[in-house]
Write a protein that binds this ligand. Structure first.
Ligand code: IPE
Ligand code: IPE
Ligand code: MG
Length: 237
């Protein structure tokens, strides 16, 4: 069945709508994040089974610190207590985190490092969890690293190009093929900017806890109909 589909190598998802999912049920927003995380556990396995090699997810933005202390604490505790459950011994998935770490709680940073080191030898799939991530901070921090390397004489200005620039980002992850945002919002909200330059974008109506494997399969089908021209001319012409 997969033969008919054009499977993207790198899928990225803006996991949005957890709060609305909870409040529409009369529940605290935190329970929406709990349901969203449960969904992510199932969905990520399914996505890799479909043959996608890299999955990036937006779990916490640099701007999400604007939320109430209760909600921010819940999300930080979810990372410390639950995120390790996403490691599946039956799937060869390397997990990396992208984002700033200097203003995170030390137990959060410890959990991130533990998950990364437990899975670092895995080679088949890559799960990139964007946590305390901002597309702008990724580019700004990369620029600082490049400037340091130039000033110390490690590289020359002309050594930098569009391909090796990614080596200075939080994680040198290749371009996104398919970018999905759930919950009906139609914006990027400071998610990965550099590697989404030619991403096909899909805005799904479902709130993230309802965005199940079947919903993802619908998106895959839609992706297969897209004609990716990369600035060139339509394939059939
Ligand atoms: C989850 O969705 C994504 C995070 C920022 C953790 P939201 O919490 O933004 O849910 P809505 O958009 O308020 O419904
Ligand atoms: C984007 O969702 C960030 C994550 C999914 C982690 P938000 O809910 O924070 O974005 P806005 O505020 O609606 O743009
Ligand atoms: Mg939201």
């Amino acid at each position: 069945m997969n033969n008919e589909l054009n499977i993207p190598r790198h899928v990225a998802i803006i996991l949005d709508g957890n709060g609305r999912w909870a409040t529409s049920r009369g529940l605290n927003r935190s329970l929406g994040h709990k349901a969203g995380f449960k969904n992510l556990q199932k969905l990520s396995k399914h996505i890799f089974k479909k043959g996608v090699k890299i999955l990036s997810v937006f779990a916490f933005s640099t701007e999400n610190f604007k939320r109430s202390k209760e909600e921010v604490d819940y999300l930080m505790n979810l990372l410390v207590n639950d995120f390790k459950k996403i490691i599946d011994k039956n799937q060869n998935v390397k997990i990396v985190f992208s984002g700033r770490r200097n203003n995170l709680r030390s137990d959060v940073v410890r959990s991130i490092e533990q998950i990364e080191s437990t899975t670092k030898e895995n080679t088949e799939f890559l799960l990139n969890i964007c946590f305390n991530y901002g597309g702008k901070s990724d580019i700004v921090d990369a620029t600082k690293k490049i400037t340091k390397d130039i000033l110390s004489g490690k590289i020359a200005i002309d050594d930098i190009n569009e391909e090796n620039y990614i080596n200075y980002l939080y994680n040198s992850i290749p371009d996104i093929d398919l970018l999905i945002r759930t919950s009906g919002e139609q914006r990027i909200s400071n998610f990965i900017l550099y590697q989404s330059a030619y991403a096909e974008i899909y805005f799904a109506k479902a709130l993230f806890p309802d965005f199940n494997c079947k919903e993802f399969d619908k998106v895959l089908k839609d992706y297969s109909t897209r004609d990716r021209r990369f600035g060139g001319i339509k394939n059939s012409n």
